[in-house]
Design a protein around this ligand. Sequence first.
Ligand code: ADP
Ligand code: MG
Length: 212
Amino acid sequence: MFARDASGARMRVRAAGFPALKTLEDFDWSAQPSAERPLVLHLAQLAWIEEQANVCFFGPPGTGKTHLAVALGLKACERGYRVAFATAQEWVSWLEQAQDRNQLEAELRRLERYHLLIVDEVGYLPLERQVANLLCALVSRRYERGSIIVTSNRGFEQWGEILGDAMVAAALIDRLVHHATMITLKGKSYRLSERGLDVTPAAHAPSLRDSA
Ligand code: ADP
Ligand code: MG
């Protein structure tokens, strides 16, 4: 790689705002068979970014959603794409600030310069209805113009609740999934299993049979 390309990639990685630099090489596939390694490696080729398509990672906390989203984002930076990472909360508060300054339209237009936006953690906190509309505006604006990776611990059937409005959720999901790859991660939290804590709390509770 030319030094110039390498420094460009470094700048794009810094600009992207990843919470930590996680790579596909760091990912333990045997710990997470539901990650569908061949499919993720195919996504790492990034043809979907050329097609302005999306990727959604679902699954319980700690199953590697953010890790894989960041890993694909890093690949995109290396390949010359502009990427921006933030949580759903951060995205909507960013857009809310723009709206307060009467700059929402300008901000949505500015975000079109990014090839890939990563919206992490949809559903960890419910969004206010007004604010959920901003997330919908973002997804609508990007539809067939740029790619999004979304991660969520809740299935689409629960997004109406998260977004406080079933219609808004339906419109958002419709645009998001029209050209999207969906991957659902299963199993226990890698964070807990790394620390030997991957036992359900109930396993510690004395059962009736034990006390009898
Ligand atoms: P989620 O976003 O699904 O809550 P994360 O991607 O943040 O989970 O994963 C939690 C932590 O465990 C992170 O430090 C991540 O790098 C690590 N991790 C999760 N799954 C794996 C895996 N299969 N191999 C290696 N590290 C993993
Ligand atoms: Mg996460």
